[in-house]
Design a protein around this ligand. Structure first.
Ligand code: UD1
Ligand code: MG
Length: 460
């Protein structure tokens, strides 16, 4: 039976997700394991882990390749209660799934087996597979209509029933003409899962233990197998960097569309790059060529001008950022504050309505409400060993081209003269000037030129 996706509800059912992440990923040509390559600011493994947990999996097992401490560590960081199993030899997808035997033997209502290199599958889609089990199937397989089915397992149906999955290499000519393909994700009823997987043999073209054989085995045991359909773009798998870029593009399109539908204006959406967790409030306006790294939130009505770069930063409502601004981790910009061109902010709180309009670096600083930071201001926050903080009070005015040598406090309403190198704190409402006093020598320039009259000039 082909089943449209529905919104899942599996109240009370305990679901174990088994994530197969033992891929060698040799085509990535990378020192990094394939599943740790990132899409929209987080690893493919993280996308899949988050997806199955959002779909209600209450236990997660990750099957990793030999000596993959890095994959292991990331899985545990994202899901501290995850069970990690090692597959020493790559003997096929059923063999990989059976590495999680102990997790399955512990008992659960549903087992969801997924690949860690398909980062675009939505939680609702995992949920639809779970719902198919709730409706009485023993096995539910995620299928899609392939534009080019070459290489995929074909879903073979008789009338409305799924009877088998045939791997491309094992398929007859007639079977290869089938375009309904296996996406690789499968849900199996918990009580049947172990018995079915253990019956899988390796008598096939690749001498592998195929997960896909579970379908025919379930049928032979009088159980029902069904197909849940997904769009091809959602089941896209990543094997090389070209496919990684294609997955990134598909994910960006999805994130941008969700943001625009939620009330964000993007002048040139195809040039806006978002992370999986970017939060943009209503009526945020994003000009072309803006990059959001992970951990950014932007409040209502803020404007992010062209060519700005933000990561782990918060922009409050009505603020204006850029053009050409960089917000680094820990930048917190207050409501209606202005961060202008060629300004870099790191680990700093900028107060409501403050203006940092041009060519400035603020690191480890607090800036009070309505303070004005002149062009070319630099907080000297680092002495090569330690970082120090700078506090600038509300309504303070920092003259252009000032260096503020931390630790330092500039009081509320204080002024700092332009070009100062400030090394001591300044009391509220005072003026600090810390630069050479101006000396004027009347007529000096004229005398100087006259003394050189008739002499040949060296080329500059
Ligand atoms: C698999 C499916 C095929 C489906 C296709 C979708 C099987 C037998 N075939 O084929 O029907 O159309 O995915 O992309 O399941 N893995 C392990 N250990 C192993 C073997 C594989 O962890 O011993 C992991 C891989 O890292 C990968 C996933 O399982 O993430 C799928 O393995 P792969 O070899 O890519 O299977 P396909 O031939 O693509
Ligand atoms: Mg594959």
């Amino acid at each position: 039976m082909t089943r449209p996706m529905t919104n899942p509800s599996a109240p009370g059912a305990h679901c174990l997700a088994v994530i197969l992440a033992a891929g060698e990923g040799t085509r990535m040509k990378s020192a990094r394991p394939k599943v740790l390559h990132e899409v929209a600011g987080r690893s493919m493994l993280a996308h899949v882990l988050a997806g199955v947990m959002e779909a209600g999996a209450d236990r997660v097992a990750v099957v990793v390749g030999p000596d993959r401490a890095d994959v292991n560590a990331q899985a545990l960081r994202l899901a501290p209660s995850a069970l990690v199993f090692e597959q020493r030899e790559r003997l096929g997808t059923a063999h990989a799934a059976l590495r999680a035997r102990d997790a399955m033997a512990a008992g659960c209502d549903q087992v969801l087996i997924v690949f860690a290199d398909t980062p675009l599958i939505r939680p609702q889609t995992y949920g639809a597979l779970r719902a198919a089990l709730q409706d009485g199937a023993s096995v539910a397989v995620l299928g899609f209509e392939a534009r080019d089915p070459t290489g995929y397992g074909r879903l073979l149906r008789e009338a409305d029933e799924l009877v088998a999955i045939r791997e491309h290499k094992d398929a007859t000519e007639a079977e290869r003409a089938v375009t309904l393909c296996n996406a690789g994700v499968m849900a199996i009823a918990g009580p049947q899962a172990l018995a079915l997987l253990e019956r899988v043999g390796d008598d096939n073209a690749q001498n592998e233990f195929y997960l896909t054989d579970v379908v025919a085995l379930a049928r032979a045991a009088g159980q029902k197998a069904v197909v849940v359909l997904a769009p091809e773009d959602e089941v896209m798998g990543v094997n090389d960097r070209v496919q990684l870029a294609a997955a990134e593009a598909a994910m960006q399109t999805r994130l941008r569309e969700a943001a625009m539908r939620a009330g964000v204006t993007m002048i040139a959406p195809q040039t806006t790059f978002l992370s999986f967790d970017t939060q943009l409030g209503r009526d945020v306006l994003i000009e072309p060529h803006v990059f959001f790294g992970p951990g950014v939130s932007v409040g209502e009505g803020a404007v992010i001008h062209a060519s700005s770069h933000l990561e782990q930063a918060h922009v409050s409502a009505g603020a204006s950022i850029g053009p050409f601004a960089r917000l680094r981790p820990g930048a917190r910009i207050g409501a209606r504050a202005k961060i202008g061109n060629f300004v870099e902010i790191k680990a700093s709180d900028i107060g409501e309505g403050a203006a940092v309009s041009h060519l400035t670096y603020l690191g480890d600083a607090t800036v009070g409400a309505k303070a004005n930071i002149g062009a070319g201001t630099i907080t000297c926050n680092y002495d090569g060993f330690d970082k120090f903080r700078t506090h600038i009070g509300a309504g303070a005015f920092i003259g252009s081209n000032s260096a503020l040598v931390a630790p330092l406090t500039i009081g509320d309403g204080a002024y700092v003269g332009s070009g100062s190198v400030v090394t001591q704190s300044v009391a509220p409402d005072s003026l600090a000037i810390a630069r050479g006093r101006q000396v004027e020598k009347p007529g000096w320039a004229d005398d100087f030129r006259k003394s050189h009259e008739g002499k040949p000039k060296q080329r500059p």
